[in-house]
Design a protein around this ligand. Structure first.
Ligand code: PFF
Length: 438
């Protein structure tokens, strides 16, 4: 979002919709179930939700208020607010790195989703048994041409929307379609819970087994919280710069975090009962959703319509997130390197597609990008953002940003303690412990 194209959003709901559109995506429906499944279920969910409330929400609020105060996207924001503290500008730079890495594997998974949309439309998966569906996914995932083509298609779509600009690009799609996705997930959850053998899946998701917790699992929960909320890299700060002074940032941060967590938990309810009912291994990794849900569609009345609608909406949810990721890179190229918006978008999208191709060809590259961006880069950005809001901006300015809604003093007090001490220390401790250094 360059200075010249700061066309902004038509109203507050437009910004919330765009921020929610960035947050809600494959992270909720594809990544949350697979990571929860690999990390023991219930205990992971509990730690994840704790991190959302204790760290995610305060960091999101910090990003919003930093962006709004500076009226700039993330690079300019730190430069304007603290010109003498270049360390914090690294949030923007790391954010560009993280956006590259995330978008590379994100495009691959979005590509799988597009393939499954095609399969749903052509009714190609109905009648397959659970083990046939699993084998089908593995074969597709390890093939080359199909997944590569889809990466290209998805990146062209993302680039097309980014070239179109903020207002037309993002706002329009999100408002109607995300609530529709929510409705479909609720219907899927109801079906999944009523399957025979569903109980074990509910127990897996909601009965915490604390013996499953380890440093590694806790780090995964932290990374998932950051990834799912789109925080730690300046995306939300950039949206914050478009929010008017009179709007209530706490309300925005709480709404977006709540909607995002709700969709992740509901995706869990749609998936885990079916995982157990159909005898799938909950720790089967990134393919979990693609191996599981077609079984649910096959077993429900109107499964054809639901599967087509679900996969189309999931592609759109992926697009509203990928647009926000590409926007970070494009804003950097435009604002810092002086490229035109169109040129910046084309260069960024093509180089990310090349990285995406690496992720198609190598599971190692896929896992490396996935793990490092969520568990290292975003939380590191989170520490810097919390420290910046807590120590550099300080209480008076934070309170000033929050006061539009008659800001309660004790809330600002709690927020300051979290930003100054709890978030930076907790993230550092989780890091060091998760990496085996503490
Ligand atoms: N939050 C998105 C999702 O859950 O799918 C992914 C994402 C978008 C992460 C934008 C980070 C980001 F900056």
């Amino acid at each position: 979002m360059s200075a010249t194209s700061r066309d902004g959003f038509t109203n507050k709901f437009g910004v919330i919709a765009a921020a929610a559109g960035s947050a809600v995506g494959l992270g909720n429906i594809w990544r949350f179930p697979y990571v929860a499944g690999e990390n023991g279920g219930g205990a992971f969910l509990l730690v994840y939700l704790l991190f959302i409330v204790m760290i995610g929400l305060p960091v999101m609020l910090s990003e919003l208020l930093i962006g709004r105060r500076a009226q700039k996207s993330v690079f300019g924001a730190f430069r304007t607010l603290a010109p003498d503290k270049p360390l914090f500008m690294s949030v923007g730079i790391m954010g560009v790195g993280a956006a590259f890495m995330i978008l590379a594997f994100y495009a691959v998974v979005a590509g799988w989703t597009m393939e499954y949309t095609y399969l749903a439309i052509t009714d190609s998966l109905s009648g397959m048994t659970p083990s046939e569906l699993s084998a089908f996914f593995s074969e597709f995932q390890s093939s080359t041409v199909g997944p590569l083509v889809w990466v290209g298609v998805f990146m062209i779509l993302t680039a097309g929307i980014v070239i179109g600009g903020v207002k037309n690009g993002i706002e329009k799609y999100t408002k109607i379609l995300m609530p529709l996705l929510l409705v479909i997930i609720i219907i899927l959850s109801i079906k999944s819970v009523s399957l025979e053998g569903a109980q074990a899946g509910l127990a897996f998701l909601f009965k915490p087994d604390f013996s499953k917790l380890s440093g590694d699992v806790i780090l995964e929960a932290l990374g998932q919280a950051f990834f799912s909320l789109s925080i730690g890299m300046g995306v939300i700060a950039t949206y914050g710069s478009y929010i008017q002074k009179k709007e209530n940032l706490i309300h925005t941060a709480v709404s977006v975090s709540f909607a995002d967590s709700l969709i992740a938990v509901l995706a869990g309810v749609a998936i885990f009962p079916a995982v157990f009912a159909f005898g799938i291994d909950p720790s089967s990794g990134p393919g979990l959703v693609f191996e599981t849900l077609p079984n649910v569609f096959n077993s429900m009345q109107g499964g054809y319509i639901f599967s087509v609608a679900f996969f189309i909406l999931l592609v759109i949810a992926a697009l509203t997130s990928s647009v926000s990721l590409l926007e970070v890179v494009v804003a950097y190229f435009v604002e810092e390197l002086g490229l035109t918006r169109k040129k910046a978008t084309i260069i960024a999208a093509s180089s990310i597609s090349v990285l995406g191709a690496f992720c198609v060809l190598s599971d190692g590259a896929f896992k490396f990008f996935d793990w490092t961006s969520s568990n290292i880069l975003l939380p590191l950005g989170g520490i810097l953002i919390a420290v910046f809001a807590g120590w550099v901006l300080g209480r008076a300015k934070v309170a000033d940003e929050l006061k539009a809604h008659g800001g309660k003093i004790y809330l600002t007090g709690i927020l300051m303690v979290i930003l100054k001490f709890i978030a930076p220390l907790a993230i550092s401790a989780v890091f060091l412990h998760g990496l085996g250094l503490l």
